[in-house]
Design a protein around this ligand. Structure first.
Ligand SMILES: [Zn+2]
Length: 119
């Protein structure tokens, strides 16, 4: 079960954008890759997230075909390592570590600061 999911509000806890928040647009799952065998297993420490409006990079996009409409210098959101972001709790409005608890037989996420369940 993922601690951070699409649609969550997260806060950046390291780097240039420290303290800024955004909404998770996508979660990219990390894998251990072997050069010969390809993907050899999940590695959750390599998971990355794309956060709306954060970690904007400028990409120099070459026109290679008629179908590629966005060319020149384009701005896009680059993936951020999941360890550099933390979930923002909707109850205490602070970033928190995520725990799991049981609510009526369903495993749900829990804020480790205030103990409230999330979603
Ligand atoms: Zn909380």
């Amino acid at each position: 079960m993922m601690k951070i999911r699409r649609g969550d509000t997260v806060e950046i806890i390291a780097g240039d954008e420290l303290g800024l928040r955004g909404t998770v647009r996508d979660v990219l799952r990390g894998w251990n890759v072997d050069r010969k065998r390809g993907r050899v297993g999940r590695d959750s420490s390599k998971d990355r997230v794309i956060v709306g409006g954060r970690n904007i990079i400028k990409k120099h996009q070459r026109p290679i075909s008629q179908t590629r409409t966005q060319t020149g210098i384009i701005e896009l959101e680059a993936p951020i390592p999941i360890s550099k972001v933390a979930l923002v709790c909707s109850h205490c409005d602070e970033w928190t570590r995520v725990g799991f608890t049981d609510a009526d037989g369903i495993k749900v996420r829990m804020c480790k600061r205030c103990g409230e369940t999330i979603d």
